[in-house]
Structure formats: C-alpha cells, structure tokens
Design a binder for this molecule. Structure first.
Ligand code: HEC
Length: 102
C-alpha cells in the first residue's frame, strides 16, 4: 500500500517534469522577444495602432520584414531603430517564435 502510493507519486512527478520541459521548449520566448511585448502586446496580438505580429506572416516573410526595417528599406516610425539592435541569428529566433508555422 505504502509503496504503491510512493510509486504513483513518483510517476506523477516524472510526468509533470516531462510536461513542463516540453511546454517550455515549445513556447518560451527567446530573450530578443521580451522587448516586443510592450508595444505589440504580451502575445504579439497588437495593441491600438500597433500591428499584430503573432502568426501574421510566415517565418521567411517575418525575417525579411525585420531585415528591411533594419536596413531602412521598409516604412517605419520606430521599427527601423528597434530592428537595428538585433543580429541575423536573433531575427531568425524572433521569426521562429512569432511567425505562422508553415
Ligand atoms: C516602441 C514600440 C515597439 C516595439 C518595442 C516593437 N515594435 Fe514592432 N512595430 C511598432 C510599430 C509602431 C510598427 C509599425 C511600423 C512603424 O511605424 O515602425 C511595428 C511593426 C512591426 C512589424 C511589421 C508588422 C506588419 O504587419 O507590417 C513587425 C514584424 C514588428 N513590428 C516586429 C517587432 C518585433 C519582433 C519586436 C521586438 C524585437 C518589436 N516589433 C518591437 C512598434 C514597436
């Protein structure tokens, strides 16, 4: 009886641990994305006149938009300055996080 309970509890802990690392891997925002939520909303859903960025574009399109902002080749009031703070690798991480899965 006692041993059975311990086994059940242990199984639960293993299941919880596996579940939480899985979720964190799939959903946690890369560090570069932390600064986006202040304007685009916690989930990138858009706020007021700030456009949504979550799942609105494919990854390639998202990355291209960010590169264009960075190179001053896309009309921007602020995103050109923000995009300048990121490396190509970070833009790829942002695209992987925000873009629509293709
Ligand atoms: C200070 C507010 C602000 C922050 C912070 C911000 N954005 Fe933006 N974003 C805007 C505004 C405003 C626009 C519209 C273009 C412009 O005026 O610069 C925009 C546009 C965009 C667009 C183009 C959307 C479209 O459909 O054309 C993308 C992509 C984007 N932002 C991504 C990001 C990412 C990724 C971050 C975080 C690294 C971020 N933004 C942080 C304000 C912000």
């Amino acid at each position: 009886m006692g041993i059975r309970n311990v086994t059940a509890v242990a199984a639960c802990i293993v299941a919880l641990a596996a579940g939480s690392t899985g979720a964190a891997h799939a959903q946690s925002a890369p560090p570069a994305a932390h600064g986006c939520s202040g304007c685009h909303g916690p989930a990138g859903e858009g706020v007021g006149t700030i456009p949504p960025i979550a799942r609105t574009m494919g990854a390639a399109e998202f990355e291209a938009a960010m590169r264009q902002f960075r190179a001053d080749q896309r009309p921007a009031t602020i995103m050109n300055r923000i995009a300048r703070g990121f490396t190509d690798a970070e833009l790829a991480q942002l695209a992987a996080y925000f873009a629509r899965k293709e």
